[in-house]
Design a protein around this ligand. Structure first.
Ligand SMILES: [Zn+2]
Length: 151
């Protein structure tokens, strides 16, 4: 037995089993093939369809578990990330001085050894932070929007 994907003049696509390729040719030449949807006898082999079906089916099966994996992967590192962020924030607040808006000025002064070296954190705009980096001052952006004043 051999399965062919067939289509009629009205673009109906359907599958049919035949004993052999020759059996199909015989039925085809006698006009005995009919579309199950519109009964048209203008029916021919649909050569493209089996390839499309073969390609579509495995990708559908693959995409489902991938979506599930992504959901799991996203949830676990997120809570760990938040945990790490919280720890980092506490460490920074414990071990460095909050200088608020003076951060840029303080960082420059420390870099030029005008004031004693210490760890500070504070607020700087992206432009200001970029300027510090360009001047060779080691600044690290903190991964949270702003730090509450501990004073
Ligand atoms: Zn049809």
């Amino acid at each position: 037995m051999i399965k062919f994907s067939l289509s009629c003049e009205n673009s109906h696509v359907f599958e049919s089993w035949f004993e052999s390729n020759n059996a199909f040719d015989t039925l085809y030449s006698k006009g005995l093939l009919t579309c199950p949807m519109c009964n048209s006898t203008q029916v021919g082999k649909n050569i493209m369809s089996p390839n499309i079906v073969a390609k579509l089916n495995p990708s559908k099966e693959e995409s489902k578990p991938q979506e599930n994996d992504k959901k799991i992967d996203l949830q676990k590192p997120l809570s760990k990330y938040e945990e790490a962020l919280q720890t980092l924030k506490q460490e920074v607040e414990k071990n460095s001085e909050y200088v608020g808006k003076d951060f840029v000025e303080q960082a420059r002064m420390m870099f030029q050894s005008e004031t004693k070296q210490r760890s500070i954190h504070g607020e700087a705009s992206i432009k200001e932070a970029k300027e510090l980096v360009e001047e060779g001052i080691p600044v690290v952006p903190l991964p949270w929007p702003s730090i509450s004043n501990t004073n």
